[in-house]
Each structure stands twice: as C-alpha cells, then as structure tokens.
Write a protein that binds this ligand. Sequence first.
Ligand code: NAP
Length: 268
Amino acid sequence: MHNAAMAEMAQVDPEFNNWTYYKFQIHPDNLHQALDMFHSNGFLGLNLTVPHKVLATQWIKIGESAVKLSGASNTLIRGVDGYKGYNTDLYGLVKALESGFGINLQDQEVILLGAGGAARAAAIACAQAGVKSLTLINRTMSKLDTILESLDQLDEKPNTKTRGINEPVLALSHNPIVINATSLGLKKEDPAPIDLALLPHSTRVFDMIYNPDRTTLLKQAESLGMEVCNGLNMLAYQGERSLKIWTQKNPSSKTMFEAALNGLKQSQ
Ligand code: NAP
C-alpha cells in the first residue's frame, strides 16, 4: 500500500520514483543490530510490527509522547545518529472510527478488549480524544495494570473500569463502541472474545483484525443488527500517517486502503 501511494505521489513529484518500501523479516533477537544496519545503509524510515514496536523503544529517540505512553513505536524516521520513533496506530484508530462509523470518540462510552500493545495505544487514543468512559477487558486481568499506569500519566483521564473477560458486558449508554484489540479472531475458527448479547443493538463494534474480514465477534455483532467495521481502514490510516512523516507530503489513504484490500484478495 505504501508503494501504491508513492507511485501516485511520483506523478506529481518524480523524486518518489526513487522511493521503495520493502518488507523484512527480522528475528527479535537481531532487531538492535538490524536497526544499526538499516541506518548505516541509508534507510529513511521503518515501520515495525509486534513485538518489534515495543522492543525498539529502548534504542530509539522518542519523537512524540504517544510513544512513551503506549510503550511502542511503529514508525521510525532516520536522524543523524539513529532513528526517532512515532506511533501512528493512535491516529489510525481515531481516523478509522471516524470513517467507519462517522463518529469521533469524544464523550463516547468505549469497551476496549485486550491489554497488549494495540490495546494500550487504543486506550491512550480514547483518553486523549475525551471519551466519557472506558471499560477495559482482558483475559489476563493483571496485564491491564500497564494500561492503567499509562492512563495515570495523562492530565485528564476518562472514568475507567476493568472487567474480567467472562463477566457479562453491559453498557451505560445507548450506543457504546466496542473495540477489539485482542488477537482472538485472527484464526477463522476463533471464538469471539466477549458475548455482545446484552449490549444494545445500536452498539458499534470495531475489530482491529482485518484478515479474516469478518471475525466471529463481527459476525455476532451483525447478527444482532449492530454496525461493524474491521481494521483494514486503521491499517491504511496508520500507514498514511507514517508515509506523511517520511515524505512531508499528503499521501492518499484511499489509495493505500484499496492497495491493501487488493493485496489481501490476492493472498486469499
Ligand atoms: P499482543 O500485544 O500480542 O496482545 C494480544 C492480546 O490478545 C492480549 O490482550 C491477549 O490477552 C489477547 N489474547 C490473545 N489470545 C487470546 C485468547 N485466546 N483469548 C482471549 N484473549 C486473547 O498484540 P497487539 O499488538 O496488541 O495486537 C492485537 C491485535 O490488534 C492483533 O490482532 C493485531 O493484528 C491487531 N492490530 C491491528 C492494527 C491495524 O492497523 N488494524 C494495528 C495494531 C494491531 P492476554 O493478555 O490474556 O494474553
């Protein structure tokens, strides 16, 4: 999707004909050495995925507070003596909810599933956007402490509760938003992380997972008449923001979304 956006940008500015986005598979044990290697070979920027986006924070300069609060950096840009890190997942989620449901997060009731890197970033994004309340749910409840500690560092934090994954999920408002930031659903046969049955039909359900395009959670939501959105637009928006950081231009999130969708279709 980055190469599709850069090809489009090259029509206006031929310099981007010289830019290419590559994929590398690096063992976590080799990440530090790989970052040095990318830097000495002139790589302008890098995206990192799990678990590298957490690991890398010990070797990079922090480019924005979101990296410190989320403990993760998915976007690195080259500096003179190393890389500086940003986290575009927060932007990606906020924009995905805006485009998927036509809403912003301010004053919303959010039920957030998960306690890994994606959930932590989502919790910070929700708090910074001014949600009314945040219910944090995870299989291993003790792991929610890291998210609570991050939220504690904010000047203003939402009314926050934690719940076990098997406790019934109820909502206070008529149209809460459920965000799945667990990896449960990546396999087609995975069950839904929670039962949505007690939530109102006007609940909106966002799943960060985009492959499969309908997880069991989204299927249950649809069967209950709820509005749903998968994580492909989040992927495109976080990618658009990364490319903007590297190029200082405005890449097209639509082009990136379509390229990602085509790539997924071809891989199936
Ligand atoms: P992670 O750090 O590995 O966290 C995994 C989370 O899933 C933990 O909360 C874990 O709970 C939970 N989980 C795993 N297996 C489970 C099971 N069998 N039952 C219940 N809960 C389970 O991963 P991450 O980086 O946060 O990513 C989470 C998901 O978000 C992944 O699917 C990833 O692909 C997706 N994501 C999408 C985008 C996007 O752009 N669309 C961006 C970032 C992430 P425990 O704490 O109990 O282990």
